[in-house]
Design a binder for this molecule. Structure first.
Ligand SMILES: Nc1nc2c(ncn2[C@@H]2O[C@H](COP(=O)(O)OP(=O)(O)OP(=O)(O)O)[C@@H](O)[C@H]2O)c(=O)[nH]1
Ligand SMILES: [Mg+2]
Length: 316
């Protein structure tokens, strides 16, 4: 029985933080804890916020926390990417920006490094989200810099994805990864106190109109905010909740959850099977011989893999 799981289930933040750390380190105790927590998960609404460095994501998150708290909802935050050139480290920046919630029991902020996770960033984030979910947070906000494939995968964990842009991004919007544009359900033009916001709103609107929609599809919304002044935040949260409702009513939410669990399961099977196979073959010379043949190009990788896997006996 995990020392931390029971306490985390009661909402103890220290125990929750400890569990997340154990999971990040790949510690078996973390996994044992997660097994206990798992039946209590599946309730939280997961919201991803992505956008370029310095767009104001953390400031937005801070204000969004306030808005959800005002509606009586508990909020967990996972802030990813400590290495923004803008703020010289999001971990410090996020602590400062979200500090006013530090004494609120209904808010739990966890920063997470981009690199150095054994099974990848999206797995680590997914596990942290499960812990927060079991702890009883109604909303889980994931803040991530939208650049690499890793980050796009993180956003895949979310039920609603918000993409942040800012004035002066004209050309960047054109160049914005199609992937990011396609996954967005709510588009935020932050720093609308600066000149050029209208133009970005217009560009986004035009690009979104070019997408193909079927009847009943969610129509992405474009909203402007001034996070530093809390302007546009309640409208933003309304848009998130409208999207959540759309997901529920269309049955998409259940679909997404199911897909996510299946994906997670498959990834775990891959990981465990890989370790099993290489662990078992490491000592018996078969693998070493194959690797030698590969190096000498006596065998191609396809045939080598077929030979290896074909030689396994399955005990199901
Ligand atoms: N003028 C203006 N400044 C803003 C607004 N929102 C945020 N800022 C400022 O923009 C800077 C970056 O804000 P952050 O919230 O740290 O941005 P971020 O996207 O989280 O940054 P990283 O996590 O480092 O990528 C800070 O100095 C904020 O005070 C806004 O609406 N208007
Ligand atoms: Mg930030």
């Amino acid at each position: 029985m995990s020392r931390y799981a029971e306490k985390a289930l009661q909402g103890n933040q220290l125990a929750g933080a400890r569990l997340i750390r154990l999971l990040e380190e790949g510690d078996p105790e973390g996994i044992e804890g997660l097994k206990i927590l798992y039946p209590h998960t599946g309730k939280a609404y997961v919201l991803g916020i992505t956008g370029p460095p310095g767009a104001g994501k953390s400031t937005l998150v801070d204000r969004i926390i306030g808005e959800f708290r005002g509606r009586g909802m508990k909020v967990g935050v996972i802030a990813i990417d400590p290495s923004s050139p803008f703020t010289g480290g999001a971990i410090l920046g996020d602590r400062i920006r979200m500090q006013r919630h530090a004494t609120d029991d209904g808010v739990f902020v966890r920063s997470m490094a981009t690199r150095g996770h054994l099974g990848g960033l999206s797995k680590a984030t997914g596990e942290a989200a499960l812990v927060l979910d079991a702890m009883g947070y109604d909303v889980i906000l994931i803040e991530t810099v939208g650049v690499g494939q890793d980050e796009v995968e993180v956003v895949d964990l979310a039920h609603t994805t918000a993409v942040v842009s800012l004035p002066g991004m004209g050309d960047d919007i054109q160049a914005m990864k199609a992937g990011i544009l396609e996954i967005g359900e709510v588009f935020i033009v932050n720093k609308a106190d600066k000149p050029g916001a209208d133009e970005v709103v217009k560009q986004l609107t035009v690009m979104l109109e070019m997408r193909h929609y079927k009847p009943g599809d969610w129509r992405p919304r474009v909203l402007r905010t001034v996070a530093v002044n809390s302007e546009g935040i309640s409208e933003l949260v309304e848009a998130f909740l409208a999207h959540r409702q759309h997901l529920q009513e269309s049955g998409t939410l259940a679909d997404r959850k199911e897909k996510r669990e299946l994906h997670f399961f498959r990834e775990l099977v891959k990981e465990m099977a890989y370790e099993r196979i290489f662990g078992a073959l490491g000592g018996n010379g078969v693998l070493a011989a194959l690797l030698e043949d590969l190096k000498a190009r006596k065998i191609d990788p396809y045939s080598a893999a077929e030979k290896l896997v074909g030689g396994l006996s399955c005990h199901l």
